[in-house]
Design a protein around this ligand. Sequence first.
Ligand code: CA
Length: 167
Amino acid sequence: MKKGAFWGFAFTLAISGALAFAEGASAKICDNDPTSSSGCSQSYYGTWSFQSSQSGSYNSDHRLSRSGASVNDFYVWKFPTLSSGRATLEVYLGSSKFTNREADYQALSEGWQEFEYVGSVNQYSAPSGWNTVGNIYLDNAKAQVMVTGKDYSGASSTQTGADAVSL
Ligand SMILES: [Ca+2]
């Protein structure tokens, strides 16, 4: 599906969802390297180094991509089933080691065919704490959020961080 077609569709769903259900999904946080009891899990491809004792990061830890990573390096947060409705993707950024100037975030709800673009964030200049990426519409299923290591600004040798995300 073309991106434009998807956005038109998603917008229609978001409007109808807002009218039908007021606000939809309640916020759920998944951190990197989640405990199984949280209901969240993770997967990644490429090098994403686990770093603990990070005072600025959520739960004092995060994952950091290799320098100059590509679209083939990605980290995925896997959420449990979330109720349907409009959801806001927020990401926690609190480490100066995150230098990607334009990190792309995508999301997948199980009823979808593939990951769809949600928004991008300058991890280097983002304020410390929760940053809003964009809105998506969930369809009462498990959801996944993905960030790739590619820096879409064209900056080279930057590193991408993966800390907590919220839907
Ligand atoms: Ca963390």
